[in-house]
Design a protein around this ligand. Structure first.
Ligand code: ADP
Length: 600
């Protein structure tokens, strides 16, 4: 009882604690995953931007450069890049945009094989840039302020390309302009296919080794034109709002510029002394800011932040959804374990109760059997003693004493047989020998065996056997014992009627045709509370125990065991005060077949 109460309190408490703790663990896990993902994204952004800034710095030129110097410088830098840079194929073309006599921008393209720049039109990759350049040069020509604000961005995100201004014109040459313009621009167009197939995947592999394959979807889109998808993993989500991490890349990260400068500049320039060549500037950061207008213009145009957007989304929809589903799974598992615990505890309690009841019943059984044995033993002893002491010497009296001793001895034998039968059946050692048995022979044999008992009690036993009953496959001795038990009970619990009927007829059972043998009486009947339990071993009716009617409580359980071993069953109908009818249902021979053997 205490155990049940403790369980009733502890289980909900444990369930509530588990719910709360798992909630806490999930929150922590989500924060940890979010932090790791953001940290990885920052590293990705840093490496991505670094490569582009490296490229940018590799192609920048100093103030004192002439166009010829710049062209030679670019030829040399491109060769160096392709020889030494980790992503050698990052560029698809190098252009220079300089002004013609009319002050109009004219592009020329580097022919890497011939190592020279050849004039080209505003076509192909750079077609989109024409308008921007012409507008800018026009503004400069008309000497408007707009020139400074409409500075060309360092990155053209849509192409994509790097736009690197030449140093501004010396003041004497720029005198005609209110805002000094660069004398020209370098355009490095990036190899988008190479970026999609090599550059971005290798960075993803480096920074999101697990994410790229399994848990996360990655996408890179153009920040200003979100429909332009630069890169996407298998099942990308390009929704900026629903992504777990959204970070701008492809930007002029001034911190990164400083780092690269401090570390000796771009790798292609490695080994080159910073003050050696005419093409090095003192402060690239200041240089870029000056060239692109001013720092505010750079920031507002997104130069610092980046023109592309990296979106990382968990495959479950979001990190929150993934953590929630893990939490739900963990909750289900832990509640399942709790339920299992509760179920096993309940089963232990039930089993303990059953064991207790069985132990009590066994004690009652021992007491009952001992009690049953006492009466015949006492009769036998006293009759034997009288004979030995020659208290009776009259031959007729001696014969009467002999009959009493014989009868009591037989009763004892039957009782011992029954106990042994029960013990054998319980232990599974009992082997039934199935033979084709005629039901009429079985009933008549039982009645003969019980005759002494029925005659002694003045019982009238009617029989009603349907003609042409098919044989049953059975162990005759066991079936007789079962019927004897039922008849003994009718005598024991008869009351005053002294009447019983033994009938047999065909019937349709659940598994086919069956022979039904019914033992009926008009005795005390069975109380409704006892009825569900009378076939349990050692169970005795309450009224019967109160009335001190002798018995051990194994008779009916034995009948049930024998019926089931024959592939049949036992049923009972009873009306308290009016009588009972026990029916043995036995399948007809053809249907028992192997079943009976197997059950034996
Ligand atoms: P026992 O007769 O030794 O008590 P049984 O297993 O034969 O054990 O019977 C179990 C109980 O079923 C009996 O104690 C009694 O209460 C009830 N019972 C069995 N047969 C009858 C019957 N014919 N009439 C009334 N009650 C019966």
């Amino acid at each position: 009882m205490i155990l049940i109460a403790a369980m009733a309190v502890l289980m909900p408490l444990l369930a509530a604690l588990q719910f709360y703790w798992l909630g806490q663990v999930s929150d922590g896990e989500r924060e940890r995953l979010q932090a790791n993902l953001s940290a990885d994204a920052i590293k990705f952004k840093r490496d991505f931007n670094r490569e582009l800034i490296r490229a940018y710095l590799s192609f920048h030129v100093d103030t004192s450069a002439t166009l010829g110097d710049i062209e030679r410088h670019h030829v040399e830098r491109l060769e160096q890049w392709q020889r030494t840079a980790p992503y050698a194929q990052l560029f698809s073309d190098v252009f220079i945009v300089s002004t013609d006599e009319q002050g109009r921008p004219r592009p020329s393209r580097l022919d890497a094989a011939a190592k020279q720049f050849n004039p080209t039109g505003w076509s192909g990759e750079i077609a989109n840039l024409r308008e921007r350049f012409e507008q800018r040069y026009e503004s400069a020509r008309l000497q408007t302020e707009i020139a400074s604000q409409s500075s060309l961005e360092s990155f053209a995100a849509d192409i994509p390309a790097l736009i690197i201004p030449f140093p501004p014109l010396p003041p004497d040459k720029a005198r005609s302009q209110r805002v000094p313009l660069p004398s020209g621009f370098t355009i490095i167009t990036l190899n988008l296919k190479y970026m999609q197939r090599e550059f971005i995947p290798s960075l993803i592999q480096r920074h999101f080794p697990a994410a790229s394959e399994t848990d996360y979807n990655l996408a890179i889109i153009n920040r200003d034109h979100p429909q332009q998808v630069i890169y996407s993993s298998r099942h990308p989500s390009e929704d900026v709002n629903s992504s777990d991490v959204s970070m701008q890349i492809f930007g002029m990260d001034s911190g990164e510029i400083r780092t690269l400068r401090r570390d000796g500049g771009a790798p292609v320039a490695a080994g080159e002394q910073s003050d050696n060549g005419p093409m090095r500037s003192r402060s690239i950061v200041r240089y870029i800011k000056r060239q692109t207008g001013n720092s505010i213009a750079a920031a507002s145009s997104g130069e610092e932040d980046g023109r592309w957007q990296l979106l990382i989304t968990h495959q479950a929809g979001s990190l929150q959804a993934a953590v929630s589903s893990t939490r739900r799974r963990n909750l289900a598992i832990s509640f399942g374990i709790l339920l299992l615990l509760a179920a096993s505890m309940s089963m232990t309690i039930v089993a303990t109760r059953r064991a207790e009841r069985l132990a009590r019943q066994q004690i009652n059984f021992v007491a009952g059997v001992s009690h049953e044995l006492r009466t015949p033993l006492a009769v036998i002893c006293s009759a034997g003693e009288n004979l030995a002491d020659r208290v009776v010497s009259d031959p007729r009296q001696v014969a009467r004493y002999g009959t009493v001793i014989y009868k009591e001895g037989r009763r004892l034998t039957e009782m011992v047989e029954q106990v042994l039968e029960f013990a054998g059946a319980q232990s599974g050692r009992r082997r039934y020998e199935f033979r084709s048995t005629q039901v009429a022979d079985l009933i008549n044999g039982t009645l003969t065996a019980c005759r002494a008992q029925t005659q002694e009690s003045g019982f009238h036993v009617e029989t009603e056997i349907e003609s042409n009953l098919p044989p049953v496959s059975g162990d005759e001795a066991a079936l007789k014992l079962a019927l004897q038990n039922l008849i003994s009970n009718t005598i024991k619990y008869d009351g005053e009627s002294r009447w019983a009927r033994l009938s047999a007829q065909m019937g349709a059972g659940e598994r086919g045709a069956e022979v039904r043998i019914t033992v009926e009486d008009r005795g005390s009947g069975i109380a409704t509370v006892d009825l569900p339990h009378i076939f349990e071993p050692f169970y005795r009716g309450r009224d019967v125990v109160a009335a001190q009617i002798q018995g051990s409580g194994i008779g009916l359980s034995l009948v049930k065991q024998i019926a089931e071993a024959h592939g049949g069953r036992i049923s009972v109908r009873s009306t308290p005060g009016a009588g009972s009818a026990f029916t043995l249902h036995l399948p007809v021979e053809t249907q028992v077949g192997d079943t009976g053997e197997a059950k034996s």
